[in-house]
Design a protein around this ligand. Structure first.
Ligand code: F6P
Length: 319
């Protein structure tokens, strides 16, 4: 293998730039050439790409977003789009691809692998929802962003004796909400993995009030419902007035934490090694502190990895 490509696809996540840097520098260290493909699969179809060198990825390890830009690409789901992408890969002499993104991006890379172009996936999403890896790139940074927001909201909640509802991203997964809720001392955490019990929520709020507590933070994962829907339910059930904060895309931005930068560096280097060994259809990840690669099909299995103990702990500590 002489030349590989790298692209980022789907929602951006802090640490993607650090991963691009690692892929490029590790590949050049190993004597390969690296082509950066812009705007994800759309750039692949359009031939929007350029050869990268060591300097191309300088000064990006600390930056949020992705230097290669990202996009969701409906055209790539069509046979015609895939054919165009393959023609571009051939025309540009690219023999293997590193794809940084979430499960949608992984599906695209399986398609290419099946058509003869080996692809390796690096999990890049704040949602931490990819089976086979304990952590995805960007999760730690987003977690710290959410904690910072909760701390600030708590100031106002305390000053005004208010109950706040904080809506947190995560798509269908509750990891970001659960971790942030535990770390931010939230009184109640509502996540998709646990059936919501409104009576219990109200009971917890009331028991807090009866011991003199005048403010509360409730974290609602977007996968359950929106913060304002939850506020309406609380009003309807118990006539409790709240304020709602939707954190939104602030959770996707910002300089990656040290943990995300280290993870990105290890994932990037591992992905290059896997490609060099001639393997496609693989994903890299971290399992029990060890960087691994595994069959990408395992990343599509929805085997509900949910930390019940952590959820229970959050309840025990927030009475
Ligand atoms: O997957 C990352 C994520 O930020 C989810 O948490 C969220 O549901 C979704 O992307 C938002 O997507 P978009 O930026 O396309 O609105």
């Amino acid at each position: 293998m002489k030349r590989i490509g790298v692209l980022t696809s789907g929602g951006d996540a802090p640490g993607m730039n650090a991963a691009i840097r690692a892929v490029v520098r590790k590949a050049i260290y190993e004597g390969l050439e690296v082509v950066g493909i812009f705007h994800g699969y759309q750039g692949l179809i359009d031939g929007n790409m350029e050869l990268l060198n060591l300097g191309s990825v300088g000064d990006i390890i600390q930056r949020g977003g992705t230097k290669l830009y990202s996009a969701r690409c409906p055209e790539f789901r069509t046979e015609e789009g895939q054919q165009k992408a393959i023609e571009q890969l051939k025309a540009n002499g690219i023999e293997g691809l590193v794809i940084i993104g979430g499960d949608g991006s992984y599906r695209g890379s399986m398609t290419l692998t099946k058509k003869g172009f080996p692809c390796v996936g690096i999990p890049g999403t704040i949602d931490n929802d990819i089976p086979g890896t304990d952590y995805t790139l960007g999760f730690d940074t987003a977690l710290n962003t959410v904690i910072d927001c909760i701390d600030k909201i708590r100031d106002t909640a305390t000053s005004h004796d208010r109950t706040f509802i904080v809506e947190v991203m995560g798509r269908d997964a509750g990891d970001l909400a659960l971790w942030a809720g535990l770390a931010g001392g939230a009184e109640t955490i509502i996540i998709p993995e646990v059936n919501m019990n409104m009576e219990e929520v109200v009971e917890r709020l009331k028991s807090g009030t009866s011991r003199g507590k005048k403010h509360s933070i409730i974290i609602v994962a977007e996968g359950v419902m929106s913060g304002s829907e939850f506020a309406a339910k609380l009003m309807e059930h118990a006539n409790i007035e709240t304020r709602v904060s939707v954190l939104g895309h602030i959770q996707r931005g910002g300089s990656p934490t040290g943990r995300d930068r280290v993870l990105a560096s290890m994932f990037g280097a591992k992905a290059v090694e896997v490609l060099m060994a001639g393997n496609g259809g693989r994903a890299v990840g971290i399992q029990n502190h060890e960087v691994v690669d595994y069959d990408m099909n395992e990343a599509f299995e929805r085997n509900e990895v949910f930390d019940k103990d952590m959820y229970q702990l959050s309840k025990e500590l927030s009475i």
